[in-house]
Design a protein around this ligand. Structure first.
Ligand code: K1U
Ligand code: ZN
Length: 172
């Protein structure tokens, strides 16, 4: 089990565009395992590889964490193939933007294709939290944070709050 530190904004590495994975091999599965361990250790429901400093197109997610049961899923090289015109608004958080929660508008439903941890091609149609979380994590693969969807004023307020809490933490 390897829990790796999660980068926080405004770390410039979070702005990288992640590169596709050539083959789902042992190294990819080790990355997936580290991401799952890091996500659970941080009490998250999703994580993109770039958040632990690996700019690869890999996402993990577990939306079913109940009664100590875990059901992690991995999405390698995910692509959104269809988005609904209907929009849904969810309050989002991000392990790379701690302590900030804001409403974000995204497509209410999406279809996606990806490779699973065995390298098999999968298709998925989703709505609700799964559609929101997938779009949030896929934004990370393009170097986009959820606060980039906010107004300039709300984004700069969020970044100021983040910097203040970092200063307080550093001061002990
Ligand atoms: O990308 C990330 O950092 C993961 C992020 C996923 C996400 C959450 C909510 C809406 C969209 C995307 C998180 O896991 S934030 C943490 C979180 O969801 C949570 C933490 C503690 C209790 C309950 C939820
Ligand atoms: Zn995030």
């Amino acid at each position: 089990m390897t829990v790796r530190p999660i980068l926080t904004a405004p770390d410039p590495r979070l702005k990288a565009v992640s590169q596709p994975v050539a083959t789902v091999d042992a190294a990819t599965r080790k990355l997936i395992d580290d991401m799952v361990d890091s996500m659970y250790a941080a009490d998250g429901i999703g994580l993109a590889a770039v958040q632990i400093g690996e700019a690869k197109r890999v996402i993990v997610m577990d939306l079913d964490q109940r009664d100590g049961k875990r059901n992690p899923r991995a999405f390698v090289n995910p692509v959104i193939t269809w988005r609904s015109e209907e929009i849904a608004t969810f309050e989002e958080g991000c392990l790379s933007v701690p302590e900030i929660w804001e409403d974000v508008e995204r497509a209410a439903r999406i279809k996606a294709e990806y490779l699973d941890r065995d390298g098999n091609k999968q298709t998925l149609e989703s709505d609700g939290l799964l559609a929101t979380c997938l779009q949030h994590e896929m934004d990370h693969l393009e170097g986009v944070l959820f606060i980039d969807h906010l107004s300039k004023l709300k984004r700069s307020m969020a970044l100021r709050k983040l910097q203040k809490s970092k200063r307080l933490k550093d001061a002990g």
